[in-house]
Design a protein around this ligand. Structure first.
Ligand code: BG6
Ligand code: MG
Length: 228
């Protein structure tokens, strides 16, 4: 391949459930609120909450329980869920980085390929600081910067722009169905991290980062750089 024809690749990572295991804390906090409201809430229900904004999650929960509330009560429950979640994540440190994530981040960083975070969470920066991963990212796009929730591709399109890569030259790592859908709509390569049956719409699927080897990453980079 002629080097000059190659495009600049970009790597975009979701946060919750991809880089750190916070998906379990979101689940526990929603389950606590659901119990309080008399709504049964299972891990299967939680799949629909992954990748989705806090507000949309509460709307989904209230739909499940057939509950309609005032704006004030809605906001109080949003706040309650977040305070509960913040208690779970308050003691987070580097140990909660998922296995081999740092190995992959180091490899991509060493190649000089820009990396961005693309998360629906408004707590993303605080979590990245807790686990000391801020310095890896050339751009951070989080729940405070987007107006449309995944599966809308907005978060990933802003991330690509911020790192100066075209959408088709980017790859997205995601644990949520809504996130895979968003990456696919954005025209990006999608990598599902988690249950490959649930994330079957992804271009590639892995249970976790320990299954991702250097050969896969090299092939992926070549593929991204050759797309135009
Ligand atoms: C996503 C999670 O990353 O962030 C969702 O997958 C969560 O489950 C969303 O609802 C919003 O997070 P936060 O931290 O702003 O409540
Ligand atoms: Mg996620």
């Amino acid at each position: 391949m002629i080097k000059s024809k190659m495009k600049k690749a970009g790597f975009i990572f979701d946060l919750d459930g991809v880089i750190v295991d916070t998906a379990k804390y979101h689940y526990l906090a929603w389950k606590n609120l659901a119990n309080e409201l008399g709504i049964e809430f299972t891990e299967a229900d939680n799949e629909k909450f992954k990748g989705v904004s806090r507000k949309r999650c509460l709307e989904l929960l209230l739909e499940m329980g057939n509950i309609t509330v005032s704006k004030e009560q809605f906001d109080r429950w949003l706040e309650e869920k977040n305070e509960d979640y913040l208690k779970y994540i308050s003691k987070m440190d580097k140990k909660e980085i998922l296995p081999d994530v740092t190995k992959v981040l180091d490899y991509i960083k060493d190649k000089g390929i820009p990396m961005a975070l693309g998360s629906a969470s408004k707590n993303a920066v605080s979590i990245l600081e807790k686990v000391a991963l801020m310095s890896y990212f050339d751009a951070i796009v989080d729940g405070t910067q987007v107006t449309k929730a995944k599966p809308d591709p907005e978060v990933f399109l802003i991330a690509a722009k911020k790192i100066g890569a075209e959408p088709e030259n980017c790859v997205v790592f995601e644990d949520a169905l809504a996130g895979i859908e968003a990456a696919n709509i954005a025209g990006m390569e999608s990598i599902g991290i988690g249950d490959v049956k649930i994330l079957s719409d992804a271009d590639h699927g892995f249970n976790n980062f320990t299954e991702i080897d250097v050969k896969f990453l090299d092939d992926l980079i070549l593929l991204l750089e050759s797309k135009n």
